[in-house]
Design a protein around this ligand. Structure first.
Ligand code: DGP
Ligand code: NA
Ligand code: NA
Length: 213
């Protein structure tokens, strides 16, 4: 409903996956590549820890604070909502956004807790109405491969047993429109695949036939 037809705009590209799949590196490389090609592009990430809400999330993730599971779920969602207007403004101004995680992580990480009442349907509700990405690239890596890469970090969710549950939740949510990327490939091979597929999405949005959903 936002964009009129035939209006060139930036592409909204999301990279998803469990921790240690290489999302941040791939996002950064993709933005650098697009920029070098003359495509206006920015790297975004969720959670965005720089906002007031993001600071609460950061304090939770680094275990400096305890927050009720339902409440923190809503904070992660609020963090996406508070960036919505700017996100739409950028897209309509022609800037492509490469976004490291979005609402799929939101659902997967809370649903993985397996808490009564906080099932996937409940988890998805607060994100309903957020702009939908033009493409979702899912960087697929087993927990064993992630551990072999030097293991997880120190943050709250970075434990093998929990990451396995997160992967199960992603698998249950996976839609046929997701583009699966084998994250066990070398960095450059993964990046080549991403660049090829992203170029198609960016071109489609530049042609101005795609409304933001
Ligand atoms: P990152 O900065 O991408 O490493 O993400 C921080 C951690 O937070 C990571 O373990 C994934 C998790 N996470 C990302 N988005 C959400 C969300 O919306 N809800 C919950 N519960 N966790 C999230
Ligand atoms: Na992390
Ligand atoms: Na990351």
């Amino acid at each position: 409903a936002m964009a009129s037809q035939n209006q060139p705009r930036g592409a909204f590209i999301v990279l998803e996956g469990a921790d240690r799949a290489g999302k941040s590196t791939q996002c950064q490389m993709l933005v650098e590549h697009l920029t070098a090609k003359g495509v206006a592009a920015e790297l975004w990430r969720f959670p965005d820890r720089t906002t007031a809400v993001g600071k609460m999330i950061n304090s939770y993730l680094t275990s400096q604070s305890e927050i009720d599971d339902a409440a923190v779920h809503l904070l992660f969602s609020a963090n996406r909502w508070e960036k919505r207007e700017e996100l739409l403004r950028k897209l309509h101004a022609g800037t492509t956004l490469v976004v490291d995680r979005y609402a799929y992580s939101g659902v997967a990480f809370t649903a993985a807790k397996g808490l009564p009442g906080l099932d996937r349907a409940w988890c998805m509700a607060p994100d309903a109405g957020l702009p939908a990405p033009d493409a979702v690239f899912f960087l697929s890596l087993t927990v064993e491969a992630a551990e072999a890469r030097g293991g997880y970090g120190e943050e709250r969710y970075e434990k093998a047993e929990f990451q396995r549950k997160v992967l199960d939740q992603f698998a249950a949510m996976r839609s046929s429109s997701w583009r699966m990327i084998d994250a066990s490939q070398p960095i450059d091979a993964m990046q080549r695949q991403l660049r090829e597929q992203a170029a198609v999405v960016v071109a489609r949005c530049q042609r101005g036939t795609e409304a933001v959903r």
